[in-house]
Design a protein around this ligand. Structure first.
Ligand code: DNO
Ligand code: MN
Length: 391
């Protein structure tokens, strides 16, 4: 069965309208009640109202992205029981409203992270970029995190210092904002002073502890999800490695396999984000789709171009860059068909291009770049299926 084509919509304040998404050819919407504070219960009324808005535009609400996981759950702090109760309640309400897939992530403090929101490509379009030297420059000289230097190789430190010295005061502020003010969909937004204090709350939480807390979270919420008919899908870390001394434990195939072994519940699923996993050369993307297929409840299709240092990357066009998108989509077709189901997918981010260059847009979520991505991906899937079914 063909994948269900969706686009992310940030709700009534999104400059991209539902009608735009419909004209881009998507049938489904991926959204969240972004206005509800992290940790509070989503009421049935609020969910229904948003659902009606989407349906009145001729679309369906396919996936929630995200019901955020509160830091008090990631840290297994004193509010854990109350936060888990709220989370389960929200899942029950979503299930009551007929919503079946809920995305979340388990990254401490930061959600997805970039250092440049307007990286100019040769054709004049703008891409999002993650530059390790810029992270090192921010970490050591703006954030001034104690012990930061130990996290960077000697050559990175040298380049980071040169980079920092070259930046004007305004550029330094812009780098700081880009990294910690929160990209679209992120729950947290910090100043550097707040961020430093928040990092400190993780000082006793190792990767092993965070992993245990993640399993504990799943053990607590999966039964409620199952009963509600909802599947939770974890979004991988973006980028898929620790930053600012904070652990990240959803970065590789082994990481997610561990979660599925520990918590076998069918409600424990994966949001396969090709761009996030793909920032690491050791993640075999098509192989992961095949091996993890029965866990994949939602797909983000995007490709990154890894850069010379092996850590930095920028977002490529959907069929370019390091991901073998044809092999990924072919694997997804096989998974979907073997299970006779349609997997919801969305083009995850797009370049800022054409008229969108002159508009205020949500970084990564302007319309035209995503529309191009969706069109290419839809064509790719049709072509793969046609070629396969002819033989
Ligand atoms: C970025 C998104 C992420 C994702 C969350 C899921 O573009 O893919 O922000 O929504 O990590 O909880
Ligand atoms: Mn993603």
């Amino acid at each position: 069965m063909l994948m269900t084509q969706t686009m992310r919509w940030f709700g009534p304040t999104d400059p991209v309208r539902l009608v735009d998404i419909r004209q881009a050819g998507a049938t489904g919407i991926v959204t969240a009640l972004h206005e509800v504070p992290n940790g509070a219960v989503w009421t049935i009324d609020a969910i229904q109202a948003r659902k009606q808005m989407i349906e009145q535009a001729g679309l369906t609400w396919e996936v929630v992205e995200s019901v955020p996981v509160h830091e008090g759950i990631k840290q297994a702090g004193p509010d854990w029981p109350a936060l888990i109760d709220s989370y389960c309640q929200t899942l029950r309400h979503l299930g009551d409203c007929g919503i079946r897939v809920v995305t979340y992530n388990f990254m401490p403090l930061l959600d997805w992270t970039r250092t440049d929101l307007a990286f100019a490509l040769p054709d004049g379009a703008l891409a999002l970029r993650f530059d390790w030297d810029a992270v090192a420059a921010y970490d050591q000289y703006i954030l001034q995190r104690p012990g930061a230097a130990a996290d960077y190789a000697h050559d990175v430190r040298a380049r980071a210092l040169r980079l920092y010295e070259r930046l004007t005061a305004a550029e330094r502020r812009s780098l700081e904002r880009t990294i910690i003010a929160g990209l679209p969909g992120s729950e947290e937004s910090f100043t550097s002073t707040q961020f430093l204090a928040a990092i400190n709350t993780y000082r006793d939480i190792s990767a092993a502890t965070l992993r245990r807390n993640h399993v504990r979270f799943l053990e607590a919420v999966c039964p409620a999800a199952e009963a509600a008919g909802v599947r939770l899908v974890v979004h991988p870390d973006d980028p898929p490695f620790p930053i600012f001394g904070l652990p990240r434990v959803v970065s590789t195939e082994a990481d997610v396999t561990h979660l599925f072994q520990q918590v076998p519940s069918a409600a424990n699923g994966l949001c396969f984000c090709a761009g996030s996993f793909g920032a690491r050369p050791d993640n075999d993307l098509p192989g992961m789709v095949r091996r993890l297929g029965d866990r994949i409840g939602f797909v983000h299709l995007r490709s990154v171009q890894r850069e010379a240092d092996g850590v930095s990357f920028h977002e490529a066009a959907h069929l370019e860059g390091d991901a073998n998108m044809a092999a990924i989509v072919a694997a997804l077709c096989d998974v979907a068909d073997s299970q006779a189901r349609s997997i919801p997918m969305r083009p995850d981010h797009g370049h800022q291009m054409l008229d969108d260059l002159h508009k205020v847009t949500n970084p990564g979520y302007s319309l035209l770049g995503r529309m191009r991505g969706l069109a290419e991906l839809r064509g790719l899937e049709r072509g793969i299926r046609y070629a396969r079914d002819r033989h």
